[in-house]
Unconditional design. Structure first.
Length: 317
């Protein structure tokens, strides 16, 4: 009887100790902070060092790294000794940590990277696809496969995915749009197609950013519109012409505001003391101290709060 009691007692103590050890190990294992989750993978942090845990609860990437960003498309950006690379969900280095900065892979399969103070692009095999030549990069490649870069940090040019120069490195500023490019040098502006062909030479005081194929401009103090489809340039008798938005441009003459259509014809008379560009089929205007919204026929719309952040206020130029 005594032996049986001792046996049960030992079993009980064993179970109790086992549970205590298990609880201790569980608590020890949970001694970290979950930073982010991705498909049941967890980026964890402990003592200012980060690692990765898989869905089974196994640490597949040790808690050794200064920073691990959230997973995107199966890879996470990792900082090791102030250098950056990418790791995948198996804990394998996709891109080794050798870069000073590293961006996400774009839709063309390349990633912008910084190394020794210069920018270039690499592919997913860590091969250089565009050399590390550029001191500044305005943004990653747009959907037309173009980006704006600078070799000296002062003058900008436009290149394509093959590192071919579309616009020479002579501009103080370049802006890319869906169907054209705008370049500025020494306060003069020019307009170019997506292959770099000159549409309007670098002699204009102002070229407005516009939605669609009609672009307002100012040259020698006169305003007009350039019709990119017909390559026709028409001067118009207005003090200013704003950007085309939803097919209409706001214009001013003698401190009055109105609207032009894409042909350059006035469709809403110049009778307002203030007006914005169109946004979501309406524009905000004021006249005789009253503020309200109008539709594209110039009709007053039912009252609703006016948001002056929509549209473009035409400045007197």
């Amino acid at each position: 009887m005594m032996k049986r009691t001792l046996l049960f007692g030992n079993i009980f103590i064993g179970i109790l100790l086992g549970n205590l050890i298990g609880i201790h190990l569980l608590l020890a294992r949970k001694d970290y902070r979950i930073v982010s989750r991705y498909n049941h993978f967890q980026i964890i942090e402990k003592n200012q060092r980060m690692g990765i845990m898989n869905p089974q609860g196994n640490i597949i990437f040790p808690l050794l790294y200064e920073k691990i960003d959230s997973f995107h498309y199966g890879i996470a950006r990792v900082t090791k000794d102030k250098k950056i690379g990418y790791v995948d969900t198996t804990g394998k280095w996709e891109i080794p940590p050798i870069y000073d900065d590293l961006y996400l892979f774009n839709s063309f399969g390349s990633a912008l990277a910084l190394q020794n103070g210069k920018y270039g692009w690499i592919n997913k095999r860590n091969e250089t696809v565009i050399p590390f030549l550029y001191k500044n990069v305005q943004s990653d490649f747009n959907r037309n496969g173009q980006t704006i870069v600078s070799k000296d940090g002062q003058k900008y040019g436009c290149i394509n995915l093959r590192n071919e120069t579309i616009l020479d490195f002579i501009y103080d500023r370049i802006e890319l749009f869906d169907i054209y490019m705008l370049g500025e040098k020494d306060s003069s502006q020019g307009l170019y197609d997506l292959q770099g062909k000159i549409l309007l030479p670098l002699t204009y005081e102002r070229i407005q950013k516009s939605e669609g194929p009609v672009i307002p401009f100012k040259q020698n103090g006169k305003w007009g519109i350039y019709k990119s489809i017909t390559q026709e340039k028409v001067y118009l008798p207005y003090d200013s012409i704003g950007s085309y938005q939803e097919g209409l441009a706001c214009v001013t003459k003698d401190d009055k505001f109105g609207y032009l259509d894409l042909s350059g014809e006035p469709v809403i008379p110049l009778k307002f003391n203030f007006a914005t560009g169109f946004h979501h089929q309406h524009a905000n205007v004021s006249t005789h101290g009253y503020r309200f919204s109008i539709d594209k026929e110039g009709n007053r719309m039912p009252h609703h709060p006016i948001n002056y952040f929509f549209g473009i206020l035409i400045n007197k130029l």
